[in-house]
Design a protein around this ligand. Structure first.
Ligand SMILES: [Zn+2]
Length: 61
């Protein structure tokens, strides 16, 4: 089975033309998917100027 590659950078802080015919805004500021991402999280939060965080994860992340 062949996988699909998605350019996650195309979802960061920009308008997205949706298949529903509308344009939606993605307010995502940063995506970090890599080994050690959790240890970099405090720095990302600080760099983006946030003070409260809602973290969603599963056993794989
Ligand atoms: Zn849509």
């Amino acid at each position: 089975m062949k996988g699909t590659t998605i350019d996650l950078g195309s979802y960061i802080d920009r308008d997205i033309c949706c298949s529903c015919g509308h344009t939606h805004f993605s307010g995502v500021k940063l995506i970090d998917i890599d080994q050690g991402a959790l240890t970099r999280l405090p720095g990302h939060i600080r760099d983006l100027g946030y003070h409260k965080v809602f973290l969603v994860a599963d056993i794989n992340t």
